[in-house]
Write a protein that binds this ligand. Structure first.
Ligand code: ZN
Length: 50
């Protein structure tokens, strides 16, 4: 693996299981929502409030 070109959209397959869109529990209100990725741990309503 010498080709190290990074493209954000094509990176999903190399990421961990947690770093892709999936169902998560909101850290703030504990409701289930679809997370957009690793840094997304709040549901849409909680994020819009902050
Ligand atoms: Zn929430």
């Amino acid at each position: 693996m010498s080709n190290n070109t990074k493209k954000p959209e094509a990176d999903y397959t190399f990421r961990s299981e947690d770093d892709r869109p999936k169902k998560r529990t909101c850290l703030n209100c504990r409701s289930n929502f679809t997370s957009e990725g690793w840094g997304n741990r709040l549901c849409t309503s909680c994020r819009s409030r902050t």
